[in-house]
Design a binder for this molecule. Structure first.
Ligand SMILES: Cc1ncc(COP(=O)(O)O)c(C=O)c1O
Length: 405
């Protein structure tokens, strides 16, 4: 057995893996950004914003898309457009980025945290109903990392209790459930284009919907009340009285970058999904490692991270998942890290919301996985050649051979 690189042995990747820089950049988009700069037309329903809205709606087969400043305000605007506010409760997964819950608080409503499934790591439909009260108005499933929440079951629960479903698709660009793009199954789909994301423009977000009236409201609320496509200073039709709106606009620079990435999204998603399948098969064959399961009805799976779980019972005494990941990194898989965001949403360091403003309904599975088992590998590691993907798996095998009991 070869000595682990962390102990001075030769790493599996003797020469560095060819990991593409993220987010991607290309000369044509750089030229386009210069053109926009020199055009003096930088914002306000500009040609790239309008074009991206149309192109992303066409890509996802939604009736409309409204670009916004980021994937946090998209959640806020979605709830506001649906009339969710003080006195209402919204079900969210106990494990997600803090924005999924804090956006609910910003709307004046109460996030109710519900546990995740042990395989997909997404909101557990079996635990939703026990968290529903007469105040519940909506469910926000998060399609986490590289999986999709069980939309069939969640939609059935929502229909039974007359609840809205807002899909948090911040990690799910390109994902499809039974052929339907993520974000088009619930009432609204909310996307983030922050720079770590699968489709990225530094900052940015969008809501998609198939409800024309809602689509109009999403556009107006995020564009200080202006109707879709309006020219600055020329509001032809005023917003309805009581529709309190914001300036959550995006710029032309961001929209142009996103348009260029959208052109390759399908091919890139398929490429990453193929690599993820190879890795999944190889890693699932290692006793003690279990890769996050893809969405049960995912016909195409988009990836934001490649997540896996290590069973602490198979590791030698004194070795934890974080040590395992450090040893894999030393083998040259530098994108391998332990534990995602490191804590449940309401235990994250940046969670500053007092206990009386949220409710925890269930969390045991999420807690166990996040505390003891979770590891992730960043998106750009799924962009390697097939040969290098096999070397990534070799690194996991090598470390487990040394670290298992
Ligand atoms: C699940 C989830 N929802 C929402 C967001 C918020 O997106 P943004 O950073 O664009 O505000 C993120 C960001 O990481 C996220 O991971």
């Amino acid at each position: 057995m070869s000595k682990l690189a962390i102990n001075g042995g030769t790493p599996v990747f003797e020469t560095a893996a060819k990991v593409p820089a993220w987010p991607p950049a290309d000369p044509e988009t750089a030229e386009l950004l210069k053109e926009i700069y020199l055009s003096h037309a930088w914002s306000f329903y500009g040609k790239h914003e309008v074009a991206f809205n149309e192109e992303f709606a066409a890509y996802t087969k939604a009736a409309s898309c409204a670009m916004m400043a980021n994937g946090t305000v998209t959640l806020e605007v979605a709830m506001q457009a649906l009339g969710i506010g003080p006195g209402d409760e919204v079900i969210v997964p106990a494990y997600s980025w803090i924005a999924t819950g804090s956006a609910v608080v910003v709307c004046g409503a109460t996030p109710v945290m519900v546990d995740i499934e042990p395989d997909t790591l997404c909101l557990d439909p079996k635990k939703i109903e026990e968290a529903i009260t007469p105040k519940t108005r909506a469910i926000i499933p998060v399609h986490l990392y590289g999986s999709m929440a069980d939309m069939d079951k969640i939609m059935a629960i929502a229909a039974k209790h007359d609840l809205f479903v807002i899909e948090d698709c911040a990690h799910a660009h390109g994902s499809e459930w039974n052929g339907k793009h993520a974000g088009t199954i619930g009432k609204v789909g909310s996307f983030s284009f922050q720079q770590s994301k699968t489709v990225a423009s530094g900052e940015g977000g969008a809501c998609i919907t198939n409800d024309p009236e809602l689509g109009e409201a999403l556009g107006r609320i995020s564009h200080i009340g202006y109707q879709y496509g309006a020219v600055q200073g020329q509001a032809t039709a005023p917003p309805p009285m009581g529709m309190i709106s914001h300036n959550y606009r995006i710029t032309e620079f961001q929209a142009a970058i996103l348009r260029s990435q959208l052109r390759t999204l399908r091919a890139d998603t398929e490429f990453r999904a193929r690599n993820a399948e190879i890795l999944r098969k190889r890693l699932n064959a290692i006793p003690g490692i279990r890769v996050q399961a893809p969405g049960r009805c995912a016909t195409l799976q988009g990836y934001y991270q490649f997540a896996f779980m290590i069973d602490p019972a198979v590791l030698k005494e004194g070795i934890a998942t974080k040590d395992f990941c450090a040893a894999v990194r030393a083998e040259g898989v530098t994108g391998c890290g332990s534990s995602g965001w490191g804590a449940l949403m309401y235990r994250h360091r940046l969670w500053s919301i007092p206990e009386n403003l949220y409710r925890v309904a269930s969390f045991e599975t999420a807690e166990d996985i996040v505390k003891n088992k979770l590891g992730t590998m960043s998106l750009s590691w799924l962009m390697l050649s097939e040969e290098e993907i096999h070397k990534v798996a070799d690194a996991f095998e090598k470390v487990m051979a040394e670290y298992s009991r």
